[in-house]
Design a protein around this ligand. Structure first.
Ligand code: NAD
Length: 529
């Protein structure tokens, strides 16, 4: 790992602040574009060596990195909490534990998941042909994450990229550079070679320089606006990108649901990480007949939550990450008020806790056409709207430019599944909420403006490799009927290909055999003449 602070020529600095107290916790360089180009070149050299390593060697480094994390668990959790404002408890439960699970899974399984696989080639196999798919690493994977899960997201992507044989450059968010540098430090302690995992600190300009330096892949997590800029810039070099973008995730609660459980889930889904999760519940749709009871249950639960500086182990809701983010929350709550919604609890800053704290807020009488029900809030607000029928609930859930996750609550699992498949979102849970990013085995990503491509699961692993098709002709003795020169006999054979061979039916294809033989004889003769 090469900390940008040591070698960059940058003169500008980023000051990292604890959002809960406003205290400075460190300074890092804003890495210059020249240095980024150099970092990519060094990463390419590291890749040339790393791609030759066995899966056993890759597994050894990733598993060692896990050990380093476990050895420093409390220290890392504290750093995440201090730099992002989130509760210490969540730094462990929502970042460290899930990423440790992801690391062990891909360390153990990548070899199998990427093992060369035979692929059936239909009727071509009758011609003695066979196909195998071999997976090659891509090269340099550039990871540009957001600040809200500054440890789990880039580290998980880095571990998967390394297991697939790539080298990695992480450009952490400008709000959480120290957590980013910690990831580099972990891999260095795990014995990764110099330059295999580099962390370059900086802001959007450094991120843009990384995209312009043409790595082989960009794994981006952030806003739709930045995602579009990155897709455009990456197109210049035809760099492929995975975009993990925003959400306005719906939770649907039917009257037949276990309401106690659904209420606990809604509170966690809306308020963990102070609502700053891409898959936070941002729109709660409750069946009209139970709306009043359910709202009372939510308000009751919110009253019991303790808000304060995240490092306290009994804190459930910490600070927001920045004044910019808090202003969006204030604006959306005001918008709800102006549009006629009602604040059931919360609705303002919690100045007794500190400058960047916003009260957990429940809003009733919301409607899906209100502006604040359409734009991502990314804060501790839970607006509630009602529905009468299943059809209406699905329509409301889908009435959004986003489609990251959704959750459906009902006592009838069959009904839940039926509703789930009609919702336009990358992950839909029945009687569960938010946590599926924590399951490394399953694909993560969005429909619509919530993103392109996937992380996690075999689908995410496939984003980090290039498949190579190895095709073999085991009986290479005759010319192919479709080779040159073309003649009327050839044309007749090709018509037969279209009618019979392309039907996929062996029986129909047998009708082509005499014509095929005539054509092959013709080709053999033309070779001799
Ligand atoms: P952001 O778009 O402002 O920044 C994200 C990252 O991009 C940062 O590291 C930033 O420095 C970098 N960046 C900014 N401009 C750039 C440019 N022109 N070129 C390259 N890099 C650039 O987003 P944010 O405020 O950090 O994150 C919040 C957003 O992230 C929310 O919309 C949230 O929903 C989304 N998010 C999505 C997921 C997911 O998995 N879908 C997960 C977490 C967060």
């Amino acid at each position: 790992m090469t900390p940008a602070t040591e070698t960059t020529t940058a003169t500008e600095e980023l000051i990292s602040l604890d959002p809960a107290t406003g205290r400075e916790i460190g300074r890092v360089a804003i890495t210059s574009a020249e240095y980024v180009v150099d970092a990519v070149a060094r990463s390419r050299a590291a890749f040339a060596e790393w791609r030759k390593t066995s899966f056993t060697e890759r597994r050894r480094i990733v598993m060692k990195a896990r050990e380093v994390i476990l050895d420093e668990l409390d220290e890392i959790a504290r750093l995440i909490s201090v730099e992002s404002g989130k509760p210490f408890a969540e730094a462990i439960s929502m970042e460290i534990a899930p990423v440790l699970d992801l690391m062990q899974y891909f360390a153990r399984k990548t070899e199998k998941l990427l093992s060369p696989a035979r692929r059936g080639v239909g009727l071509y196999s009758l011609l003695g042909r066979s196909s195998k798919i071999v997976y090659h690493p891509l090269g340099v994977v550039g990871i540009i994450p957001a600040w809200n899960y500054p440890f789990a997201i880039p580290l998980g992507e880095a571990a998967m990229a390394l297991m697939a044989g790539n080298s990695v450059i992480i450009k952490p968010s400008e709000l959480t550079p120290l957590v980013g540098l910690k990831i580099g430090d972990i891999f260095e302690k795990a014995g990764a070679s110099k330059d295999l995992v580099q962390v370059i600190t900086g802001d959007g300009r450094t991120g843009a320089a990384l995209v312009d330096a043409a790595p082989d892949k960009i794994m981006f997590t952030g806003s739709v606006a930045t995602g579009k800029k990155i897709a455009k810039a990456a197109a210049e070099n035809l760099t492929s990108v995975v975009l993990e973008l925003g959400g306005k995730d719906p939770m649907i609660v039917f009257a037949d649901a276990n309401l106690e459980l659904a209420a606990d889930a809604a509170v966690w889904g809306a308020f963990c990480n102070a609502g700053q999760s891409c898959s936070s519940v941002e729109r709660l749709f409750v069946e009209e007949s139970i709306a009043e009871t359910f709202t009372a249950m939510l308000v009751d639960r919110v009253k019991k939550l303790k808000q304060g500086i995240g490092t306290g182990e009994d804190i459930s809701i910490g600070a927001m990450s920045s004044e910019r983010q808090l202003k969006i929350v204030e604006e959306h709550v005001e918008q709800f008020r102006r549009d006629g919604a009602t604040i059931a609890i919360g609705g303002s800053r919690n100045e007794s806790a500190g400058e960047l704290f916003y009260e957990p807020t429940i809003i009733t009488n919301a409607r899906n056409d209100m502006r604040a029900m359409q734009e991502e809030t990314f804060g501790p607000t839970l607006p509630i709207a009602t529905f009468k029928t299943e059809k209406e609930a699905i329509e409301l859930a889908n009435d959004s430019e986003f489609g990251l996750t959704a959750s459906v609550w009902t006592g009838d699992v069959g009904k839940g599944k039926g509703v789930a498949v009609q919702i336009e979102a990358g992950s839909v849970t029945v009687n569960e909420v938010l946590y599926t990013h924590g399951i490394g085995q399953t694909p993560w990503g969005g429909f619509k403006n919530s993103g392109r491509g996937r992380t996690h699961g075999i689908e995410g692993l496939m984003e980090l490799v290039q498949p190579q098709h190895i095709h073999i002709n085991r009986i290479a003795i005759l010319p192919n009927a479709w080779w040159m020169p073309y003649t009327p006999t050839a044309a007749k054979t090709f018509r037969g290909f279209a009618k019979y061979f392309a039907s996929g039916s062996i029986l129909r294809t047998t009708r082509l055999v005499p014509q095929l033989l005539r054509r092959i004889r013709e080709l053999q003769k033309s070779r001799k003449s």
